[in-house]
Design a protein around this ligand. Structure first.
Ligand SMILES: [Zn+2]
Length: 435
């Protein structure tokens, strides 16, 4: 299948914007990126055209997709109270394969609508999630959660690790789904379990997703238990390498940053979740100055409360300027890079996605520029970060497959997704919560 996507601006990310350009896709792979005049003689089965920005799909480097089921259930609480009194008890009772399937579907509907083409997920029953993701055609890194406590899918780390290994074996080498392992965090996952999770990541060459230094309380806890910072602790366990995706990384020392650099670990920056839980502000400008791998992420819908990567870009850009009292940090270019190619690097996918270049897989989105809030336009990158909304996304392709065309979903029925979710997930939770 040959597809041509023309737009007023093409944002390749690795090179300057192209005015009045196009992208030629053949069998899911980008063949050409250039001026309209270089491409308009090409034959195509599908042509997308309009007053559009054409850019790589957004990469959400850290989320818990099915947690949309708990969206807005418990807000305005500190992290540990929120987790221990609200989220974990609810998860133990309510998270079933049915919850996962309908939750992940709803989450994907929101993500596709907002231009996300890849998401990295840490949660449970990933075997069920993978089947739904496969059907909807998104790209995802799916890490089965491993934690010292009884998890919804499996009662102990032993069975969680066994489940993870068989899940990895089943989905390894899928074109769009990357199975992975997800030890929860240094405060909730013992050294032995971390080591065994890392051994799986090493054996199968799959990512290891984890939460690291989300709060200052975590530093105290890890200091008391191990006499180290959380990053030093994980480095000491030998579980950090280029396959590590560390979410949050809010409170770090210079030495921690040296370790991040040394082990080439990826950072999933979650500005809105960190703001909502008042966890602090990650030193992203310093990460970027050091040339570390940094991606952007929403985290789960319980701590955000949406999965909107367009909004997340704006928050990231504004947050660091305000926090550093310096409007020159976290520029629109840097933030757009984090949301695309930076995120792809974090997930080990930058040879396949993250930019519009010949040879890469065609994960690509368009934004409709015919809107008051996007008029006039002098700098398309500025608009993507500071003015655009998720609802401006018009077309979404993953590996050349259309998931959204002219605002219409191609691989899901939105009414059916919402109606079923309300019946199968919202109604039982409402009952359980006594609402
Ligand atoms: Zn998280």
């Amino acid at each position: 299948m040959r597809i041509l996507v023309f737009g007023t601006y093409i944002l390749p990310i690795t090179s300057p914007p192209i005015e009045d350009g196009g992208v030629l896709i053949e069998d899911g792979i980008i063949q050409k990126v250039g001026q309209r005049s270089e491409l308009d003689q090409e034959e195509a089965d599908l042509v997308v055209d309009g007053n559009l920005i054409v850019m790589p799909g957004l990469v959400n480097t850290h989320t818990h997709a099915a947690m949309v089921g708990f969206r807005g259930l418990a807000d305005d609480l500190p992290l540990m109270e929120w987790l221990e009194k609200h989220i974990w008890p609810m998860e133990r009772e309510m998270v079933t394969p049915t919850f996962i399937r309908h939750g992940v579907k709803l989450a994907m509907m929101e993500m596709i609508r907002g231009g996300t083409t890849t998401f990295a997920d840490m949660y449970f029953f990933q075997r069920d999630a993978a089947q739904v993701v496969d059907r909807m055609g998104m790209r995802a890194v799916l890490a089965e959660g491993v934690i010292d406590f009884p998890a919804p899918a499996n009662p102990d780390p032993e069975s969680q690790l066994a489940y993870t290994e068989s899940f990895i074996r089943e989905w390894l080498n899928h074109p769009l789904i990357i199975p992975a392992v997800g030890p929860h965090a240094p405060y909730s996952t013992s050294p032995d379990v971390y080591r065994r999770a890392h051994a799986l990541s090493e054996r199968y060459g799959v990512p290891l997703l984890t939460h690291v230094v989300e709060t200052q309380a975590e530093i105290q806890q890890i200091q008391e238990r191990y006499g180290k910072t959380p990053v030093e602790h994980l480095a000491n366990l030998g579980v950090l390498d280029e396959r590590t995706v560390a979410a949050h990384m809010v409170w770090v020392t210079e030495k921690d940053m040296d370790l991040v650099e040394q082990y080439r670990i990826g950072i999933a920056h979650c500005p809105e979740s960190n703001l909502k839980l008042a966890s602090g502000v990650a030193p992203v400008p310093a990460y970027l100055r050091r040339g570390l791998k940094v991606g952007l992420a929403t985290d789960g819908a319980t701590s955000n409360n949406d999965l909107d990567m367009v909004g997340e870009m704006r928050t990231a850009a504004l947050l660091h300027k305000g926090h550093q009292q310096d409007p020159t940090v976290a520029t629109a270019e840097q933030v757009l890079w984090m949301a695309t190619l930076g995120g792809a690097q974090v997930l080990g996918l930058s040879d396949r996605i993250g930019s519009l270049e010949p040879g890469k897989e065609a994960d690509l989105i368009t934004l409709d520029l015919d809107a008051a809030h996007l008029t006039p336009i002098y700098n398309p990158i500025s608009h993507v970060v500071y003015a655009a909304k998720a609802s401006d996304v018009r077309d979404v392709f993953v590996r050349g497959n259309p998931l959204l065309l002219d605002g219409e979903f191609q691989t899901l029925d939105p009414e059916e997704v919402i109606t079923t979710f309300r019946q199968e997930v919202e109604a039982p939770i409402r009952q359980k919560a006594g609402q």
